[in-house]
Ligand binder design. Structure first.
Ligand SMILES: Cc1cc2nc3c(=O)[nH]c(=O)nc-3n(C[C@H](O)[C@H](O)[C@H](O)COP(=O)(O)OP(=O)(O)OC[C@H]3O[C@@H](n4cnc5c(N)ncnc54)[C@H](O)[C@@H]3O)c2cc1C
Ligand code: SF4
Length: 330
């Protein structure tokens, strides 16, 4: 039997206060947290339900215009509602696609923006409490290093953890320079999306820069005019209901055949949502041609550390990126 205190948030300040108590978890859609509680991976003594705030604060569920064409996505907005929002589809196709290519229709109707970016890894050893896992139990070892590591990461890894970050949407946010609005014990603050998640290093149990009690209230996508020409390409073992083996979130500004600006995010291969500045540098100022795209893909994967079963991901990720760049520039 799972035993915990269930608390409904009466307002944001109370949620922050209740959430700061040790071993407390917030619940939004619950599609990740409840799953992990049933597996015995997450064992909160208290769960604070954020859904009661939906009725009290519209901004938590809304998609709102920002100056210069940007959009603010409420943290409790559902994946399906954001994916089908006309402004998201027109201004940020890569965001809409990243959401629609994730999970299933039912899950997308439940799952939220905040929960999606904070979902935990799908590493099978993390989800199996009989196996050693430094992320679940610091110092116990990493079963994936010498185990079956086909789905694991090749970028951003350490000798303590090689788990991938599972979110598709987060890859698009990293590429677009999004920011995260947070309410915490010391008030409101803003975190750059690329700084929200941490690399595993020696402490894979630390996954984000959030503090106890911090509630994500919304995510801001700044206006990036050329993101109207963008895509999220996801390669996986089956056509739906599967996590990425490799993915690319790409936006290109091409004028007279030359690349003036570029955004590149990579997923399925890295320990956190991955922004590839190396690929962007290899693209900007170059002709929008296949040799340029191949050079960018080589630059993006130059630092890869493949393991026994996932060396194929180096070539797969390169081809995924080249195809995404080719289709976006057409
Ligand atoms: C079968 C299956 C297939 C899936 N396939 C994919 C896929 O292909 N791609 C993909 O990206 N995802 C996939 N997912 C994951 C799914 O997208 C996530 O489970 C979902 O997005 C999590 O959102 P949620 O609102 O349900 O989060 P919850 O489960 O409610 O919360 C997740 C975590 O976030 C915290 N949290 C939630 N909201 C806030 C907030 N506002 N502030 C602070 N903390 C918060 C919670 O405390 C918890 O730790 C899949 C899931 C399943 C079960
Ligand atoms: S890769 Fe990370 S999550 Fe998976 S077993 Fe190793 S330490 Fe745990």
């Amino acid at each position: 039997m799972i035993a915990f205190d269930y608390v409904t948030a009466s307002d944001l300040d109370n949620a922050v206060r209740d959430g700061a108590v040790n071993a407390t978890r917030f619940i939004a859609g619950g599609t990740n947290l409840v799953d992990l509680m049933k597996l015995g991976v997450e064992n909160p003594t208290r769960v604070v339900d954020l859904n009661t705030l939906r009725r009290r604060d519209d901004s938590l569920t809304a998609v709102t215009d920002l100056p210069n064409g940007g959009l603010r996505l409420g943290a409790l907005a559902h994946m399906s509602d954001v994916a089908w929002d006309d402004r998201v589809k027109e201004r940020f196709p890569l965001v809409s696609q990243s959401l629609l290519l994730a999970a299933s229709g039912q899950l997308r109707n439940m799952a939220t923006m905040g929960g999606n970016v904070l979902q935990r890894t799908r590493c099978p050893y993390f989800r199996d409490t009989a196996m050693a896992c430094n992320k679940r139990e610091p110092g116990s070892g990493c079963s994936a290093l010498r185990g079956i590591n086909r789905p694991h990461a090749i970028l951003g890894t350490s000798d303590k953890c090689i788990a991938t970050h599972p979110s598709d949407f987060a890859v698009a946010l990293a590429a677009l320079d999004a920011t995260v609005n947070v309410r915490g014990a010391s008030g409101a603050r803003v975190i750059r999306f690329v700084d929200l998640h941490t690399l595993p290093g020696q402490h894979p149990e630390r996954e984000t820069t959030l503090r106890p009690g911090d509630v994500i209230t919304s995510i801001d996508i700044p206006g990036v005019g050329f993101a109207r020409k963008s895509m999220y390409l996801k390669v996986r073992d089956r056509a739906s209901f599967a996590f990425a083996l490799a993915s690319a979130a790409v936006a290109l500004d091409v004028q007279s055949g030359m690349i003036r600006d570029a955004r590149v995010g990579l997923g399925g291969i890295a320990t956190k949502p991955w922004r590839s500045r190396e690929a962007e540098r290899a693209l900007i100022g170059k002709p929008a041609t296949r040799p340029t795209f191949v050079a960018a893909a080589n630059a993006a994967l130059a630092g890869a550390t493949p393991r026994r079963d996932n060396a194929f991901k180096v070539e797969l990720a390169k081809r995924t990126l080249v195809r995404a760049l080719t289709e976006t520039s057409a």
